[in-house]
Design a binder for this molecule. Structure first.
Ligand code: NIG
Ligand code: FE
Length: 430
């Protein structure tokens, strides 16, 4: 099936020479084509340009978009979409989620409203430990079923690729169970899924006071089994006050590296934890959260391959101070934005809301925020050669908006779904 979209009011984030990520002042420059067409075939973006689309391209092989199928040339399997008044965006890439979990935690939400902090709730056995208990009791089938509903929801909101972490297992069996669930989701959903192993998410009750023994378990039992089963692409640690120290994190990342697991870690959400430094030391693909980022941390990130990733949903939901994104971009760093979809600190995977938050709370320009949640989050999953922009040869993961007056309307009109048509892998999903 080929798809030809014509009369696109604006084709957003077009790249003639694709870059792996966008940093600093370049983030404010968004390439677009007004009054455009887009040709999709074999699951890929084959070509695009300014209207009018020359119909003879479909009949003259030498003018046809490169590698378009013969069917399209004869017109039999070509689907035409008139996108008048509408824009086409590359699908959002969400590089940090925990969307496999059992049940929800709205009771803790009430505790939070009454004044308890995230850490206090965790110390009382709530938080991650609460989700771990529920996950232990749930079957793989139940977990798949619940996660598929969440995946469907984010897909309809414009997400085309997502990273999913383990981390509610906290023992060998349940961590492997979570990663098997993520593997099954990969086969069941058209959304591109990247699995990350997060064995060190919280210290289980039975290891309180002997945290190092739990770190040993992660290193000696979990990592080798995860690697042997090829169940994860990346390794994560919650490196923060009250969770895992920079020393614990160093040991775990070192062990992961030996098994080819590149780090993507939780860092500096609750304090200056040293997480950013240890992440950079191990050439992490990303360090995420970063509410506590000062001059030293910005300097440490400069010139590295590590993507600073901000999770506005968690800062919003927990009522924390927002990460100094403006300082990071002004210092020339790239910035990525992800949802952190999880039951404790961000029970939403709505990337359109993240876009609005980025502009309103972090003073990002819409162009910066759009780069941050497409190409830069694709980079933070190791996928930026495949998705994250409108470029020839990339996987055709795009969405068509409802009629909107300008690109800026996307973050401006917060709270409503502006995605009308979802195309993933070159197939119309909705
Ligand atoms: O990214 N910070 C650590 N982990 C998650 C929260 C997980 C939970 O509370 O269930 C986060 O915010
Ligand atoms: Fe997280």
């Amino acid at each position: 099936m080929d798809i030809l979209i014509t009369n696109i009011k604006e084709l957003v984030q077009v790249e003639e020479s694709p870059a792996l990520k966008v940093a600093g002042s370049s983030m404010a420059v968004l390439n677009t084509i007004q009054d455009a067409w887009l040709y999709i075939g074999n699951g890929r973006i084959l070509d695009f340009g300014k209207m009018p689309f020359q119909e003879e391209r479909l009949h003259e092989p030498q003018k046809k978009p490169a590698s378009a199928s013969g069917d399209a040339a004869s017109g039999t399997h070509l689907i035409r979409i008139d996108a008048s008044g509408r824009m086409v965006f590359p699908s959002f890439c969400d590089s940090h989620t925990h969307l496999v979990y059992a049940g929800s935690r709205e009771i803790e939400y009430i505790d939070k409203i009454r004044g308890l902090s995230y850490e206090e709730i965790a110390r009382r056995g709530g938080g991650i430990l609460n989700s771990a208990r529920r996950l232990h009791e749930a079957s793989e089938e139940e977990l798949v079923e619940q996660a598929l509903i969440r995946l469907h929801e984010i897909m309809m909101l414009g997400t085309g690729a997502v990273e999913i972490k383990s981390g509610y297992g906290l023992n060998v069996e349940d961590e492997l169970k979570m990663l098997r669930v993520i593997k099954r989701l990969k086969a069941l959903s058209p959304v591109m899924i990247i699995p990350t192993f997060l064995g060190a998410h919280a210290v289980p009750m039975e290891y309180v006071g002997k945290q190092e023994e739990f770190v040993d378990l992660v290193i000696n039992e979990m990592i080798p089994q995860v690697a042997a089963g090829e169940l994860a692409d990346f390794i994560d640690v919650f490196c923060d006050r009250g969770f895992f120290t920079a020393t614990d994190t160093d040991r775990i990342l070192n062990a992961g590296m030996k098994y080819g697991l590149r780090p993507k870690i939780h860092a500096n959400e609750l304090d200056f934890s040293g997480g950013i430094q240890v992440g950079v030391k191990y050439n992490a693909l990303s360090v995420d959260h970063l509410e506590y980022t000062g001059e030293d941390e910005i300097r440490c990130l400069s010139g590295t391959e590590t993507m600073p990733t901000i999770l506005p949903g968690a800062a919003f939901f927990l009522g924390m101070d927002y990460a100094p994104v403006r300082k990071m971009i002004d210092a020339g760093l790239p910035v990525a934005l992800a949802s952190d979809y999880n039951p404790g600190s961000s029970p939403s995977g709505n990337m359109q809301f993240i876009l609005s938050m980025a502009c309103i709370k972090y003073r990002m320009l819409p162009a910066e925020a759009i780069h941050a949640m497409t190409i830069n989050t694709a980079y933070a999953m190791g996928l930026s050669e495949e998705v994250g922009s409108i470029a020839r040869g990339k996987v055709a993961n795009v969405f068509i908006t409802c009629p909107i007056p300008a690109i800026e309307f996307m973050p401006y009109a917060y709270g409503s779904n502006k995605v009308e048509t979802v195309i993933l892998n070159g197939e119309i999903i909705h």
